[in-house]
Ligand binder design. Sequence first.
Ligand code: ZN
Length: 105
Amino acid sequence: MNIPCDTIRDLLPLYHDEVCSQESRKLVEEHLADCESCRAKLAKMGKEKPPAMETARPLKEIAETWKKSKLDAFFKGALLISLLALIFGACLLISRLCRRHKRRK
Ligand SMILES: [Zn+2]
């Protein structure tokens, strides 16, 4: 069976990761037996595949940054709320003092 290189190249990532069907695997292997360019493509794919640690690291960094910024936002929010409460309390106190002062007059 003569399968076009394009079709095989679509299957190569699946073949490389060993997730394609037995049938596809057989077809790819048959094609690779007499196609130099697809073999080269597969070999390149093997080199390009990064180790698991390399792909996991940026994700971990993102998660840590997100966690940090979440904590940061929480503290900023808490600070803002306590500041507003303080201002509100001060206003209440001042208005009460003013009322008391007016009554005395
Ligand atoms: Zn080919």
